[in-house]
Each structure stands twice: as structure tokens, then as C-alpha cells.
Design a protein around this ligand. Structure first.
Ligand code: B1M
Length: 228
């Protein structure tokens, strides 16, 4: 039943059908399904059939097809729109499920300059705020100077930088270098993420940590503020 719904969710993204994606998200909420599970097991990857392994569908399939020239930019755009609509529908439920506690810390979050991929970053932001962090989400394509200005304005504990393109990952390093120049590097922890980010890259740019997904990002942020 759940798997069937997840499969339909993946298909709605493949079809770039935002209406279907939203309607399935509403069904998931009504059925008491964990909204984050719906995103990761439904819209992002889907399931072929119960127990099937290694079958890629959902937005990941669109990404793969795009990479090998079997899908084109309009498909990528429509899949992104469907994904965004579904996440927006599930977001209030994710926030509702987060237990409100004392504020754990302030996070300035952005997708770096030159990069307009927003879905993963926003998901990380939602999960962080549902877990007790005050999140200042600056959006996408954000220059280092704006990020630094916000860090200073709100006296942030953490900067979260998302990058989905190999060409924009370097901007994560730019922000770290700027923080360093201003003498803020010791005070502000930097966490990075996004599909191309690896442990090697994190070491190379001397970030404080990275995570592969939104749940991991919450655990990491807690560690970074000593709340884990
Ligand atoms: Co683009 N795109 N895209 N795209 N896109 C990728 C990233 C790509 C891998 C597709 C491919 O070729 N296989 C490829 C990058 C190749 C590379 O550099 N290695 C690519 C490309 C090439 C491009 C364009 C250049 C295409 C073109 O114009 N020719 C262009 C670039 C535009 C720009 O940014 N300047 C482009 C545009 C777009 C759209 C706008 C059409 C759309 C985005 C819509 C939107 O965000 N509103 C889009 C989409 C949808 C994708 C794919 C298919 C899906 C991305 C997504 O939303 N995933 C993507 C392929 C893929 O990744 N499978 C692809 C779902 C999301 C929940 O996961 O974002 O990975 P993700 O976030 C995860 C983790 O990474 C992690 O947690 C999240 C939740 O689990 N995470 C963090 C993310 N940020 C984090 C931060 C953290 C911690 C964890 O701490 C701070």
C-alpha cells in the first residue's frame, strides 16, 4: 500500500505532473505516512516493487536520464517543479512532527552563488527548524558576501552551504575563506552538502562537516553545537 503510493509519487515526478505530486502528498499526510520517508522513498527514488533493490526512479531517474542525454532541460525543470510542489505540501506536516524544544542554535543556510538547486537545501532547512534550530534560509544563488553579512547580523553558530553542481562547489570554499579573513572561522561552524560533495572535498576545503541527507544534516548540526 505504502510502496504503491511511493511508486506513484516517483511516477508523478517522472511525468512532471505537479498536480498529481501534490495530491499524492495529501494522501500521504491523510494516511499518516512519515513525510520525509515519502520524499526520500517516493519522489526521490520510488520503489519498483516490494523488496526490489537498485531500481532508480523518481527525480533521481530524471537526473540520470538527463546526464546520459535521454531527457532534456524541460523534463528536468518539470520534474523539479513537481518535486518542489510535493515538498511544499509536506512541509507543514514535517514541521508539525518536529518536537519544539529549546533553541539549539542559529543556522544561516543557502545554496551557493551560481547554483539554483533549492529542493535539497530547503528540505535540510525544514528538518533543522523542525529539530529546534533557528534557520535563516537565504535561498539560492547567494553570493558569499550576503551569507557573511547574515552570519554577522544574526550572530549565527552554523553556516550551511548547499551545492549541486561541480562548478559551484568552489563557492563553498569561498565562504570559508571569507569567514577566515574576517576572523570568524573559529566561531562559526561550516557544514556543507549537495550531491557532488564528498568527504575528501570537505577535508580539502576544511569545512566542519557534511551530510548526505537531511536527517544526517540534523545530527551533524547538533554535533557542531555540542547538542548531540
Ligand atoms: Co540540475 N543538475 N541542473 N536542475 N538537477 C543535477 C544536480 C545533475 C546531477 C543532473 C545530471 O546531470 N545527472 C547535474 C549536475 C552535474 C554536475 O555538476 N555534476 C545538473 C545540471 C547539469 C543542471 C544544469 C546545468 C542543466 C542545464 O541548464 N544545462 C542546470 C544548472 C542551473 C544552476 O543551478 N545554475 C540545472 C537546473 C536544474 C533545474 C532548475 C531544472 C532543477 C532544480 C529545480 C529546483 O531546485 N527548484 C534541477 C534538478 C531537479 C536536478 C536533479 C534532477 C534533482 C535535484 C534534486 O532536487 N534532488 C539533479 C540530479 C540528482 O541530483 N539526482 C540535477 C532531490 C533533493 C531532495 O536532493 O538536492 O541532492 P538533493 O539534496 C539532498 C542531499 O544532497 C543533501 O540533503 C538533501 C536531502 O536529502 N543536501 C544537503 C543538499 N544540500 C545539503 C546541505 C547540507 C547537508 C545536506 O548542509 C548544509
Amino acid at each position: 500500500m505504502e510502496n504503491e503510493l511511493f511508486q506513484k509519487m516517483a511516477q508523478s515526478v517522472l511525468d512532471g505532473d505537479s498536480d498529481a505530486a501534490v495530491s499524492l502528498a495529501k494522501q500521504a499526510i491523510a494516511g499518516g505516512i512519515d513525510p520525509l520517508k515519502a520524499i526520500t522513498k517516493g519522489y526521490v527514488t520510488g520503489v519498483n516493487k516490494v523488496g526490489a533493490k537498485g531500481y532508480v526512479t523518481g527525480v533521481n531517474k530524471v537526473g540520470e536520464s538527463f546526464a546520459c542525454g535521454q531527457a532534456f532541460l524541460p523534463e528536468l525543470v518539470m520534474a523539479g517543479e513537481a518535486m518542489k510542489a510535493a515538498v511544499a505540501t509536506l512541509e507543514p506536516e514535517m514541521k508539525k512532527r518536529g518536537v519544539q524544544r529549546t533553541m539549539l542554535g542559529k543556522v544561516v543556510l543557502a545554496t551557493v552563488e551560481g547554483d539554483i538547486h533549492e529542493i535539497g537545501k530547503s528540505l535540510v532547512g525544514t528538518m533543522l527548524s523542525a529539530s529546534g534550530f533557528q534557520v535563516y534560509d537565504l535561498g539560492v544563488d547567494v553570493p558569499a558576501a550576503r551569507i557573511i553579512a547574515k552570519v554577522k547580523e544574526v550572530d549565527a553558530n552554523i553556516v550551511g552551504l548547499s551545492a549541486l553542481l561541480t562548478t559551484t562547489m568552489v563557492k563553498q570554499k569561498e565562504v570559508i575563506d571569507e569567514l577566515d579573513k574576517l576572523g570568524l572561522r573559529k566561531k562559526v561552524k561550516v557544514m556543507v552538502g549537495g550531491a557532488p560533495v564528498t568527504r575528501d572535498w570537505v577535508q580539502k576545503i576544511e569545512a566542519d562537516g557534511y551530510s548526505e541527507d537531511a536527517i544526517g544534516a540534523v545530527g551533524l548540526a547538533k554535533q557542531l553545537v555540542g547538542a548531540a
